[in-house]
Write a protein that binds this ligand. Structure first.
Ligand code: URA
Length: 460
């Protein structure tokens, strides 16, 4: 006889009252989300109950697995021409974070295969897909044949999730977004890892941001999220390391879509190397090579990564990927990136000399969002031209010929307004004042490790 599953209201009540869901209950929730038999209101109520009451380790694992299996699970074994381990990285989001654009081809040039599933920006944080779309013609939803060709010939592809990949997450995330339940650590963990599991990865590096531009601004919150990601990933069989990295300043010298693609191209070509950006790219790539079994330890991996950059091999992989995904045919020679017509220098009010003490990075991201450099709501149209170049970091000195940044905008009026907002986000002091620069990587978490080791370059 047909056994109906538990009623939605009953499952919501159990979680509301602090009860524990067994694996079948979790599967029933995910089924209800996926097949739409649960109403939006019921999904929202359940998400709120989870946010308030939490999930235990077993529930988090069960939710992650059930969401990963709610749609297609990619299986790369036996795919013709793919010869490396399937690797990926994922960042919790920030301002100026163009690391994915560099790490995907870098790892590909060192023997990995990177089917990178990326997201769009929302709020003050940028999205990799939006950045790549500033390259004319670049398609983030390639056909299966194009995706396979990219992975075979470039070793990497950067794509968006299709409707068939973790569909439970797609619906749950949209409902969380409008029910103030995005912040649940349990739901963030299941959301991120379910998509990575569905992508058929063999190893993952998580970049968990901390600081004023991060979703988790405090170290304790970032550490809790990193620990949750590493532990759940280990429990579901996806080897994962988490790097907790500083988002207390813009990463690299640029923020804004086309401007970040330009900076990524310069890093790949060896003509720009803002040290923190370069270090983070090398570190993430090195961890992936070790986890994928391509290199024995981090020192060896860093040497290989350096060679892939210096030889132009990584740049070549990026160019191949861009051409195969429909972008410019020779992006290294002519990227055809759009440029904003107005540029103004950003100065702190009344000051022409001093040192940057701290930056409200979220406010910088929001200033760009207000002039079209981001989305306040899904579906908002982005202006890929707007953003910042030459952005100074914490501890750096500005002077008469070196402003805090250059602001690029569609009109003189927007440039002036946004420049004032960006300037207000910088806290500046006299040049003689000593300023402590936060470490780039305060901690690295490995599977089975309860806490960070705090040494970015320690061999694995
Ligand atoms: N990124 C995701 O994919 N999901 C979340 O819940 C948060 C960030």
């Amino acid at each position: 006889m047909f056994e109906p599953g538990p009623a939605p209201a009953e499952l919501i009540r159990i979680k509301r009252d602090g009860g524990v869901h067994d694996p079948e209950a979790i599967r029933a929730v995910v089924r209800g989300i996926t097949d739409q038999s649960w109403a939006d209101s019921q999904v929202g109520a359940w998400a709120m109950a989870v946010l308030l009451r939490g999930l235990n380790a077993q529930e988090r694992r069960d939710l992650t697995l059930a969401m990963a299996q709610s749609g297609r699970v990619m299986d790369w074994r036996g795919a013709p021409g793919l010869r490396g381990p399937i690797l990926d990285k994922h960042s919790t989001g920030g301002v100026g974070d163009k690391v994915s654009l560099i790490v995907a081809p870098l790892v590909a040039a060192c023997g990995g295969v990177v089917p990178m599933i990326s997201g769009r920006g929302l709020g003050h944080t940028g999205g990799t897909l939006d950045k790549l779309e500033s390259l004319a013609g670049f398609g983030v939803h390639p056909t299966e044949a194009v995706l396979q060709a990219c992975l075979r010939e470039a070793g990497c592809a950067i794509i968006g999730t299709g409707p068939d990949l973790a569909p439970a997450d797609r619906r749950l995330y949209a409902i969380r977004d409008v029910t103030a339940t995005v912040e649940s650590l349990d739901l963030i963990t299941a959301s991120i890892l379910s998509k990575k599991l569905a992508a058929g990865l063999q190893a993952l590096v998580m970049d968990v941001k901390v600081g004023s531009g991060a979703v988790m601004p405090e170290l304790a919150g970032a550490q809790a999220l990193a620990r949750s990601l590493v532990e759940v990933a280990a429990a579901v069989g996806l080897p994962t390391r988490a790097l907790i990295t500083d988002m207390g300043q813009v990463l690299g010298r640029t923020a804004g879509h086309a401007l970040e693609v330009q900076e990524a191209l310069e890093v790949l070509a060896g003509t720009a190397c803002e040290p923190r950006l370069l270090e983070l790219c090398m570190l993430q790539a090195a961890h992936l090579l070790v986890m994928g079994g391509l290199q024995p330890n981090l020192d060896a991996a860093r040497a290989v990564v350096r060679t892939a950059l210096d030889s132009g091999a990584a740049a070549e992989r990026f160019a191949r990927m861009v051409a195969l995904q429909g972008g410019p045919r020779d992006v290294l020679r002519d990227a055809q990136l759009p440029r904003a017509p107005h540029t103004v220098a950003v100065w702190p009010s009344g000051l022409r000399q001093g040192r940057v003490r701290s930056i409200d990075v979220r406010a910088v991201g929001l200033a760009l969002l207000h002039i079209g450099g981001g989305r306040a709501r899904p579906g908002d149209v982005i202006d890929p031209r707007v953003g910042l170049t030459g952005v100074l970091g914490v501890g750096e000195v500005f002077s008469a010929d070196r402003p805090l940044a250059q602001l690029h905008a569609a009109s003189a009026e927007q440039a002036r307004k946004a420049a004032a907002q960006v300037a207000a986000a910088f806290d500046c002091v006299d040049e003689a004042v000593k300023v402590a620069v936060p470490p780039l990587v305060p901690a690295v978490l490995h599977p089975g490790q309860g806490q960070g080791e705090g040494n970015a370059s320690a061999p694995s």
